[in-house]
Each structure stands twice: as structure tokens, then as C-alpha cells.
Ligand binder design. Sequence first.
Ligand code: FAD
Length: 450
Amino acid sequence: MRTSIALFTRDLRVHDNPVLHAASTADRCVPLFVLDDAIVSSSFFNANRAAFLTDCLADLDAALRDRGGRLVVRRGKLADEVAKVVRELDVTEVHVAADVSRYARRREEALRELGADLHVHDASINAVPPLSLTPSGGGDHFAIFTPYFRKWETVQRRGVLRAPAKLTVPDLAGDLPKRLHRGTTSPDLAEGGETAGRKLMTSWVRSGVDDYAEVHDALADDATSRLSPHLHFGTVSVTELLDRVGTGSEGARAYTRQLAWRDFHHQVLAAKPDSATKDYRTRDDRWRRSDRDFEAWRDGRTGYPIVDAAMRQLAREGWMHNRARLIAASFLSKTLYLDWRRGAQHFMDLLVDCDLANNQMNWQWVAGTGTDTRPNRVHNPLAQAARYDADGAYVKRYVPELADVDPKHVHEPWKLSEDERDALDYPPPIVDLSEAADRFAAARGLRRHR
Ligand code: FAD
């Protein structure tokens, strides 16, 4: 008799799930999720992600019950917990999704030792498996996005898989946790789970994606998919999403390109696991250390409304618009010239979609220590505000102190009269942009053009 384990990691769905699809062909199948001590005790497991994960597990359990099964949840050291189930039920095969971090690779090695056949499924978390594409000039990964994307586009993706109709799950201990929350969650945190993810995907494909190319950078329009937490936890499959989005409109093509960025960063981390903490390309930075500046940035009190709105969106929703992430990260790493790792850690503490590859490699991209081909560009917050939040609607939404300020001054409240400023309870700028640009240019050994 074949007995399998479908070991869920960040593929918490029943639709288009290669792991579950393959494991469910056995006579008996254990859909298993292990609350891994190594993750649960790490700073990566923030309150927002814990809450989102609670929703995901409950929703996955319900979907499995609809198919005659259930989700078995264990807690402890992942390989030990899987080993126990292997022994208890004489499991013949274990199925798991391929993943890229150093931790995920160690997990895979440990699972190989358990005596059951291990099947590692590619193209479950990624559309194109990391490290399956290599540059023609040599090297084990692409360091520049555009040539990567050119190849990525030509890959024949696997077909979308149906959810299993029926499952036979043996009796086994391991109940759903009621609540994984730790600490306080963001008040406007999105709902987790495959049901919520599929609903969002459907409405995005129907009425969002076609306009994406034009509007994705407009901060106040909130016209991006907001699917990142679902892609991170795998409650939406990237393969199915790409399939449904298609390439029929300019918006669909622009959106597809963004999804390729996700794979791109994953293949960088797969090739260079150290880049989660070390500069991918060092610029010999000797970062400033200023707790005062860091705290002002973290708390959304820099005196630059566009930066402060971004940071407060993060606190309020556990999520931030991509353009806002670029502005906030550039402000920390270039304008304040503080170590990108401090900023990345704060994002990690709050982001519900926080993904080691995408967070760290995007931070490095912005800081100029990563894969950006223009490593010294600085996103000037005033120019960005004028371009992407011209009427100040985004700032007004997240910085209530400025809600009644004339749109003409909302990005530069220091231009208000002294009396008006005094009435605001909003701080003056913590740094002069021109001096900051000089400081950054000097630190990187550049000549500044005025
Ligand atoms: P959409 O605009 O709808 O894009 C669709 C999907 O494409 C996203 O869900 C995401 O999976 C992918 N994507 C889009 N832009 C990028 C990008 N630059 N890099 C990689 N994938 C991308 N994304 C994360 O998923 N997790 C993170 O931890 C993360 N940290 C970031 C930190 C910084 C400093 C920056 C600049 C960007 C970061 N991003 C991260 C990328 C991007 O900001 C988010 O993916 C995006 O804002 C999520 O919103 P959305 O789903 O509405 O995106």
C-alpha cells in the first residue's frame, strides 16, 4: 500500500498544487503542516504573518474536509515531526515544494534522511524553477533582470493542476491551532487563506490587470493586485495566476513582468544564500549609525510626508505599495545613509508578505548593493511625491495630521506659515535633502552634478 505525506510549506492551497496533486495519488495521503520551531521562534514570524497563517491553515483544513480529508498540524522540529508520521504510518513517499533559502535547503536534506522517497516539486512556489535558467555567457544565475526576463518569457510553463476531488486521510493526532497570533497585529491587516486569495485573483483578472501598466505607480489609486501575501503563502498559485492573466493587454504584460521579478530574486537568493544578510555587491559603505534618524523613519516622523505616509501604511496594514517601498527604502539607505539591513529588518517585523528573497534583494537593489544597474540613483522624496501623489491623496490618507492641509503644501508643510505649522503637530524635516545628497555622493566617491 502506498502512503504519502503532502508536506505543505508555503503552498497552502488545494488548487494547482503539485505537491498535493502527486501525493493524493497514493492509497492514503497525510496533508501535513508542521509549525516549525525554527521559524516560529525567529524574528521572521511576525504578528501579521502569524495571523495570516492562522487564516490560511483554517481555510486549507476546510478545503481538505470538503474532499473527505483534513489538515494534520504538528509543532516541533520539522524533520522530527515528519519522521514521527513516517514511522507511525509506514509512509512510503514524502512530497514537498522546492524552495530557495538556506533554511529550505537544509530542510530538504533532513527530509532525505527519513527513509521514505522524497519528491521535491519544482514550479510550485515559482513559475520558473530557480536556477533552471543560466546566462549564455556563463555563471549559475542571472545578476541582471532584463536578460533573465527575456529567457523567462520563453519558458514553457507546466499546465495548471486540478484540486483533488477526494482524499483518504488516515486517523492521526494533530489539530489546527486556534490562534498563532503573537503581539499586536496591524489594524487593517488583509484576510488570509485560499478562499480570500482566489476571490482577489478572480476580481483582479476580471477588472484590475488590464489597467496595470498605466496606474500601478499611482500611490493613492491602490491599483495593484495586493496578491503578494497570497503569493508568499502560496494561497494563490503563481502558475495559475499567470495563466489566467494571459498576455492579451499591455497591463497583463506589465504585470507578468512584475511576477518575473519575484522569480528573479528567488534565483539570486538560491545561488547566493548569503545575500540575505551580506551585500550582493559591496560598495564599501560605512553606514551612519543614528538611532534618532532610524526611529523617525520607522515611526513615520521624518517630516517628509510621502516617506511618513509609506511607513504608516506599513504599520496600519502590514503591507506597503511598491512605489512607497522604493521611496521609503531609498530614504533610509541613501538619504539617511543608514544600513539597509536595519530597514529590511523593520519591514520583516511588519510585512505580511515578507519574503526573504524579495525583501532582502529589493532592499539591496534600492541601496545599490544589489542587482540594480544604476546603484547610485536616489529617489528624491519630493520629486517622487509630485509624480506619484500629485494631489496628496495618499499622504492625506495615512498622515491624518496633514488631512486638512492645502494640496499645494501637503508634500512640503514647512512652506506653511509659522502659525499654520504650529497647529499641525507634524515634525520639521529631519534632514536637508541637498546636504544628504552630498553626503551620499561623498560616501560612494561620486561627483555630484547640480
Ligand atoms: P503587484 O504590483 O500587483 O505585483 C504583482 C506581484 O509581482 C507581487 O505580488 C509580487 O509577487 C511580484 N512583484 C512585484 N514587484 C516586485 C518586485 N520589485 N520584486 C519582487 N516581486 C515583485 N515583495 C514581496 O513579495 N515580499 C517582500 O518582502 C517585499 N519586500 C520589498 C521591499 C522593498 C524595499 C521593495 C522596494 C519591494 C519589496 N517587494 C516585496 C516587492 C513589491 O514591493 C511587492 O511585491 C508589491 O508591492 C506587492 O504588492 P502587490 O501584490 O499589489 O504587487
